[in-house]
Design a protein around this ligand. Structure first.
Ligand SMILES: [Cu+2]
Length: 245
């Protein structure tokens, strides 16, 4: 009798040990899969288009490349301009929040910006930083600053402090589309957006290959946390990656 009892309890112990191991493996698997899914690109990466042109800057010749982005106040506006990859009805950049840029290149980015806005938290992000000439071109006019109360979003590109890759910092404030007192957009003078927004163009030089990030510094999310919820805390709307390759 004694032998049988001890056999039963040791096989019970074996089963519970097995269950414990299987559960542990399953939990690690689920967590790993979730993290992998969360960190995957939310849209297909956007590769800058290389051109055959070169440009001379400070006696050095650089190849040129360009990319075009849009900033939309909501899903419907994004869809109107052909960008339907995002699930949530948030303010959003498109067609991708992951840019791939060639190294040691003069990169020109054009942003068609269709949103209105309120007020920057930090007026620093109204300044243009890191572009060629220290300016951005807004609807045909070069400027080096957008006043804090006229910003809709920013394109703020930066790296992490690192000795293994070149520094890269670019801050571009985007001007608002003004609204009337009923909340309807007032047409702009910008032919690039057929009067529906602003066209902002700027250029900067990339260094050697590296991984960078960008985000919007205008608090354009919902009220969850001082307007840093929703679009600002979700991945693929107001932030993304820049790969220099
Ligand atoms: Cu924003």
């Amino acid at each position: 009798m004694e032998t049988t009892t001890s056999t039963t309890s040791s096989s019970k112990r074996l089963i519970s040990a097995l269950v414990f191991v299987v559960l542990g493996v399953a939990i690690v698997g689920v967590v790993g899969f979730t993290l992998h899914t969360l960190s995957a690109d939310p849209q297909k990466p956007l590769y800058a288009t290389k051109s055959a042109d070169t440009i001379e800057i400070d006696g050095k010749s650089y190849p040129k490349a360009s990319a075009v982005l849009g900033v939309y106040p909501d899903k419907a506006t994004a869809a109107k301009y052909g960008f339907t990859a995002n699930r949530h009805d948030y303010v959003q950049y498109g067609p991708s929040t992951h840019l791939v840029l060639p190294a040691h290149t003069y990169v020109t980015i054009t942003i068609h910006a269709y949103d209105s806005g309120e007020h920057l938290n930090n007026p620093y992000f109204g300044k243009v930083v890191g572009t060629i000439g220290g300016t951005i071109n807004v609807d045909g006019v070069d400027v080096n600053n957008i006043p804090s109360d006229n910003v809709e979003h920013t394109f703020t590109l930066h790296g992490i402090p690192s000795t293994s890759q070149d520094p890269l910092f670019v801050n571009v404030p985007l001007p608002q589309v003004k609204q009337d007192d009923k909340g309807n957009n007032i047409p702009t003078n910008d032919p690039g957006t057929q009067g529906a927004g602003h066209t902002v163009t700027f250029s900067f030089l990339t260094g050697s290959a590296g991984d960078y990030v960008w985000n919007c510094e205008y608090p354009c999310g919902d009220g969850t946390y001082a307007k840093f919820g929703a679009a600002m805390s979700a991945y693929g709307y107001m932030s993304g990656k820049v790969t220099v390759a």
